[in-house]
Ligand binder design. Structure first.
Ligand code: GDP
Length: 453
């Protein structure tokens, strides 16, 4: 396999930058572009040791650097690996990379270091995918979920289920292949209860999938309401800046203003929309059409009402339009006298939150309502959970096969057929961990990584 090199730190100016070289010739390449200040000889350096020296290109000095050596198999990739840490200038790091490429390394592709770690058995595929989740985590909950996978929680659970399936399969094989031997008879009820238990374990791997997806991708959220109820003020309060125009004149948000904001553990992809109400104004009408479409496509609708006024015809009109949505009613202006008929609102909304967007009050209740609506609780973060569609589909296929197996046991006790479906379940789990997978899928998985990881 070729020796690869890439800049592993972001493509930006920083304190330090790291150029990573991995492969059989990693030390040979490093030796050609790095000269230690002391007596050290690069080719003789032990794993987990460093040297201080200069990186150079054909003898021409580039920068003072630290070289760290990792010896196979005790490295991230499982291969000999060298990391050169230099001053974090873009030009400096590019010069060192160029020197490495001139001296025998080839440019690493996206995710190639992690792909090699996978191919060399350092990680299973779910752990490799989790590396990307760790990198892209934006908050504690996301990081905790990603760390679970990176530490192999899903892999271990799938492996355990796979071993239990194999045990059933080998029991059936022994009994059917050697009828004359003194092998204990198959107990259909025991197999059924074992399959039911395996199914439960597998189902737990996807139970929190949607919560995880919401944590990773955020919730497409539309803030809607008639003019002047405080939509823009709420939007600004959540996004912490004055992006929407807030005025006393009704109808000032004519288009959709968007922002990604964090509400506790949850990321909301917020759209502040034009006030939905009856209007003759053509331009405003266009804004209202867009607002209605945005609400229709949103995963969460925050319907804002003015607590300072009784519900109006426009409010009821809005309620009818958003009726079937994942919706939270936000009664705003709690700092003023409350004239809204809360009991009427509660006929339409399961979740009602009272806030003062202007005074930043009640936002925690809004956060709790969002969590409740999307079933996000601390259990969602602490249970091993599939983190992408590929993993989810493998697990769903395995569950489907186990279900078929349970059906066969219940109806016919045809062990040949049971063998086939349980073998299918086993194959799906091998795909999950990447033990049995096509090159195209592997390439697809790693193409989503960044270069240098
Ligand atoms: P929008 O048309 O629904 O986007 O409403 P705005 O956010 O532009 O707010 C309309 C008016 O209500 C402005 O004068 C805001 O200052 C005021 N407002 C918004 N939120 C509150 C609140 O929580 N309390 C009070 N007292 N006034 C508010």
């Amino acid at each position: 396999m070729s020796t690869i090199a890439a800049i592993s730190t972001p493509n930006a100016v920083g304190g330090i930058a790291v150029i990573r070289i991995s492969g059989e010739r990693a030390l040979a390449v490093a030796e050609k572009i790095f000269r230690p200040y002391g007596e050290k000889i690069v080719a003789e350096m032990q794993g987990y040791t460093c040297a201080y020296g200069i990186a150079h290109d054909d003898g021409e000095r580039i920068d003072d650097c630290i070289l760290t050596v990792f010896r196979a198999p005790h490295s991230y990739t499982g291969e000999d690996t060298c990391e050169i840490s230099c001053h974090g200038g873009l030009y400096v790091s590019k010069c060192i990379l160029r020197a490495a490429l001139k001296n025998g390394a080839v440019s690493a592709e996206s995710g190639e270091f992690t792909k090699r770690a996978f191919l060399n058995g350092k990680l299973d595929l779910t752990q490799a995918e989790a590396v990307m989740d760790v990198i892209s985590a934006r908050g504690e909950a996301e990081l905790r979920m990603a760390e679970q996978l990176r530490e192999g929680a899903a892999y271990k659970k799938a492996r355990e289920c796979s071993d239990r399936l194999l045990k059933i399969l080998s029991g059936i094989a022994a009994w059917t292949d050697y009828p004359d031997e003194d092998i204990p008879e198959i107990e259909p009820t025991a197999i059924k209860s074992e399959l039911t238990a395996i199914r439960g374990e597998l189902a737990s791997l996807i139970r929190n999938y949607d919560s995880g997806r919401i944590l990773r991708e955020g919730v497409a959220t539309a803030i809607v309401g008639r003019p002047n109820v405080g939509k823009s003020t709420l939007f600004n309060c959540l996004s912490g800046c004055e992006r929407s125009i807030v005025t006393d004149i009704a109808g000032t948000t004519r288009d959709v203003v968007e922002e990604t904001v964090r509400l506790g553990d949850i990321v909301l992809r917020l759209s502040d929309t034009a006030g939905i109400h009856d209007t003759e104004d053509i331009i405003e009408g266009i804004g209202i059409d867009i607002a209605e479409k945005t609400a229709k496509n949103a995963e969460l609708v925050i319907a804002v009402f003015d607590g300072n006024c009784p519900l109006s015809a426009d409010d009821f009109n809005l309620i009818n339009k958003i009726n079937n949505k994942n919706c939270i009613a936000v009664v705003n202006k709690s700092d003023r006298e409350q004239l809204i008929e809360s009991e009427k609102l509660s006929q339409f909304f399961k979740h009602i939150v009272y806030i003062s967007a202007k005074q930043n009050e009640g936002i925690e209740q809004l956060e709790n309502a969002v969590k409740e609506l999307f079933l996000i609780n601390s259990e969602s973060f602490s249970v091993a959970t599939a983190s992408n569609e590929r993993q989810k589909q493998c697990i769903e296929r395995a569950i489907c096969s186990v279900d078929e197996g349970i059906g066969i046991i219940e109806s016919s006790e045809m062990y040949d057929a049971l063998n086939v479906v349980l073998d299918d379940a086993e194959q799906s789990l091998l795909e999950l961990s990447g033990q049995k997978i096509t090159e195209a899928v592997v390439d697809e998985v790693f193409s989503r990584f960044c270069v240098g990881k």
